[in-house]
Design a protein around this ligand. Structure first.
Ligand code: NAP
Length: 279
């Protein structure tokens, strides 16, 4: 596994395992255990996914030394404000059965996310998080936070895939030492992603699948990826991307697929945001 080095020197695996929408606790626990067996060491969860406790149990059962793992969670915006965010971080650590997480993110720029970010800074200073950052912060919110925060975000986790590549924004974030991490690296299977003719053809050159080509493309751009699957054979497939390299021509062919096409997840639904914020 290759690592990226965050601005504070912490190493983060460039491929991790995402657990969004694996809600059934038993299914999630077994899936995380299988992912760890398949070689993943980085797990991406969030308070909103409601599966932190299942992940905690899988980590325990795996017997893998804590220092070999890289665990990310995110503070949800219903826990906004410094004090409430701090309490929610303690709750996440309890559920995960951990003394610290490796990466703590503000999930979305809604509600008092400055308060959330201060709680993240406090957690970083007291050793409850080895690195901190944000998610879904596009340049406007990101630059505003960079201007006012004491500690610059080490990671920004954004929707990033072949149809929405974040080419310009990656440059902006990296200028401030912020590592780009892709959510939905397989475009969540939308827009006929797994049958895409260009990606299929490139894959044939290396005996690799569409998924492997798309993940390799992001990794070659220095972007961290966290594909999700509940199927063991796909877990192995998605991590098996270090024995081939896309040529410059293939990289620019894939670059041309960018449509800045977003798959906003259901929790962005304005009615749900209005409900959560009590507006
Ligand atoms: P994704 O990883 O792009 O795609 C997951 C979908 O692809 C699932 O339907 C999965 O089905 C399928 N799949 C996975 N590998 C495959 C393969 N090799 N061949 C064929 N199908 C395959 O989407 P995502 O789960 O939304 O994103 C990944 C992670 O990013 C999440 O799990 C979460 O940790 C994070 N995320 C963060 C945010 C945020 O707001 N920060 C938002 C969304 C996601 P099966 O499971 O049936 O295999």
């Amino acid at each position: 596994m290759e690592n990226v080095i965050l601005s504070n020197g912490v190493q983060m695996p460039i491929v991790g395992y995402g657990v969004y929408q694996i809600i059934d606790p038993k299914v999630c626990e077994e899936a995380v255990l299988s992912a760890l067996e398949a070689g993943y060491r980085s797990i991406d969860t969030a308070q909103m996914y409601q599966n932190e406790a299942a992940i905690g149990r899988a980590i325990k059962r795996s017997g893998i030394p804590r220092e070999e793992l890289f665990i990310t969670t995110k503070v949800w915006y219903s826990n906004a404000g410094e004090e409430k965010a701090m309490q929610s971080i303690e709750g996440s650590l309890r559920k995960l059965q951990l003394d610290y997480v490796d990466l703590l993110l503000v999930h979305q720029p809604f509600n008092d996310y400055y308060g959330i970010y201060r709680a993240l800074e406090k957690s970083y200073r007291t050793g409850k998080a080895r690195a901190i950052g944000v998610s879904n912060f596009y340049p406007d919110r990101f630059l505003d936070l960079v201007k006012h925060a004491d500690i610059k975000p080490m990671v920004n986790q954004l929707e990033t895939h072949v149809f929405n590549q974040q080419l310009d924004t990656q440059e902006i974030f990296e200028k401030y030492g912020t590592q780009v991490e892709s959510w939905g690296p397989l475009a969540q299977g939308r827009h006929n992603f797994f049958e895409h003719p260009v990606l299929t053809e490139i894959g044939e050159n290396y005996d690799k699948s569409v998924s492997q080509v798309a993940l390799r493309y992001l990794v070659q751009r220095g972007i961290v990826v966290i594909p999700k699957t509940v199927r063991k054979e796909r877990m192995k497939e998605n991590i098996d991307i270090f024995d081939f390299k896309l040529s410059e021509e293939e990289m620019s062919t894939i670059k041309s697929l960018d449509k800045k096409q977003t798959n906003k997840p259901p929790h962005w639904d304005p009615d749900r945001v209005i409900d959560t914020l009590g507006l």
